[in-house]
Ligand binder design. Sequence first.
Ligand code: ADP
Ligand code: MG
Length: 465
Amino acid sequence: MKITSALENNDDLKKNWSEVQNKLKEIYGLDVFKSWIQNVEAKEIQQNSLTLIVKTRFVRDWIVSHYADKILDFFQKLDSSVTRIQFEIHESFYADKKIQTNVVDFTTGSQVLDSKDAGYATNRLDHRLTFSNFVVGESNQLAFSAAKRVSETLGHYNPLFIYGSVGLGKTHILNAIGNELKKTDKKIIYLSAERFMYQFVKSIKNKDTQKFKDVFRNADVLIVDDIQFISGKEVTQEEFFYTFNSLVENQSQVIISCDRAPNDLDRIQDRIKSRLSGGLVIDIQNPDIALRLQILKNRCKTEETYFGKEVLVNDDILSFIANEFKSSIRDMLGVLNRVIASSRIQNKVPTLQDAKVILKDLLNNMQSVVTVEDIQKIVVNYYNLPMSDFLSSRRSRHIARPRQVAMYLAKKLTTKSLPDIGRKFTGRDHTTVIHAIKKIEEMMAADKKFEYEVQDISNKILKSN
Ligand code: ADP
Ligand code: MG
C-alpha cells in the first residue's frame, strides 16, 4: 500500500512540475525555458520543501537569482503545502538519463501533431522574438528589411530565403515575421524543417497523409526554419516540393531559413534548389563590433525591465565581450548571461578582470582576437612613428606617450597579463605597464580630447579585426 501511494504522490509531483515548467515557458519564452528550466527535474517533497535536481552549480545559482520566486509561486498554486524550494546538484544525472530526456522531447512533439487545428504549428512561435527587439546593423539590414516588407505585403518576395551561419538571428527574424502576421487573420504555419519531416513521417504511419497535405496546403503563410535539415531525406524532400509548389501557385507566402545558400546545399534535388532561389535570396553576415555592442546593451536593458533589477555590467565588459565573441550572437548573449548571473550572485559590479575570470574556461579555448602586435601597429600608425623608435628605450614624450597608450590598450583589449604585455615592449617590466595604465587613465579623466583620441584608436583596433 505504502509503495502505491508513494508512487502516486510521485506522479502528482511530476505532473505539477511539468505544469509549472509550462507556465515558465509561457512567460519567459522558449530560449529561457530551454536554457534553464527544461532539464530540471523534481525529485521529492519533504517537510514542505520541494527538491529540484539541476545539472550544475551554475544553473542552480542562475535559477535561484532569476526564477525561484516564480517557481515557488506557481508551485504553491498547485500544491499549497510547499513553502520552500531546495536544489540538489547531480553532475552525472543527465548523462545517465539521456534516453529518458529524448523520450520527453518525443512526447512534446506528438502533442503538436495530435492537435487538430489547421494552424497547429503556430503555437511554436516564440513571442519574445520580434522586430522591435531585433537590432539592425549593416550585416542584417537587408534580411531585416525584406522580412518586414514581406510581413507588410505578403507575396512581395516569394519565397523569401534567408541564410547565414548559426547564431546570427535567422530564427529570430522568422519568428518576428510570424508574430507580426499572427495579428492578422492569416493562417500561418511556423516550424522547423525537422518538425515538418517528423509530422510528415508520422502522418504516413498514421495513414493520415491527406490531413497533413490539407493542413499545409491551406496555409496562407508557411515559415520553415533550417531547411538544410531535409538534405538527403528524399521522401520528405518530395513532399516538401509539392507543398511548396502548391503554396506558391496559390500565391501563399513561403519563408525559408537555411545555414547556407540554396546552391551550396548538398543532397537536395536541383529542382528544389532552383525553386528556393526563385524569389529573394538574402544572407545575414557576421555582425560587426558596433552591432554586437548594441545587441549586448539592448539585452542588458531587457534584463532590467524584465527583472526590475539593475544590471551591474559596465561598458568595459560589454566591449570586451563584443570583442572576444564575434562569430555567434547566441554564444555572445550566453556569455553576457553568465556575467550577469555571477554579478547577481555575488551582488557586486564585476570588473573587467572579474569578467575574465568568470569566462576563463571559454577564453582559454579561443585565440585571443586582438594581439599586442596589432595594437602596436595601429598606435604607431596613428602617431606616425617608426616602429623602431616606438620599441626603443627612448623616453622623449612624443614616443613615450604613444607607448603608454599602447600598453593601456593592450591591457584593455587583450587577455594578456601585465608581465606578458611588458615583454612585448622590448622586455619592459610589469611595473612600467602599471605606471603607463595609471598615467593614461589619469590623463583621460582630466582631458576629454585625449579620451576621445584613445577611444578613436581603440575603435580602429577593434575594427581592424
Ligand atoms: P540562428 O537561428 O541564426 O541560429 P537565432 O535567431 O536563434 O540564430 O539567434 C540567436 C540569439 O541571438 C537569439 O537569442 C536571438 O534573439 C539573438 N539575436 C540574433 N540577432 C539579433 C539581433 N540582430 N538583435 C537582437 N538579438 C539578436
Ligand atoms: Mg535558428
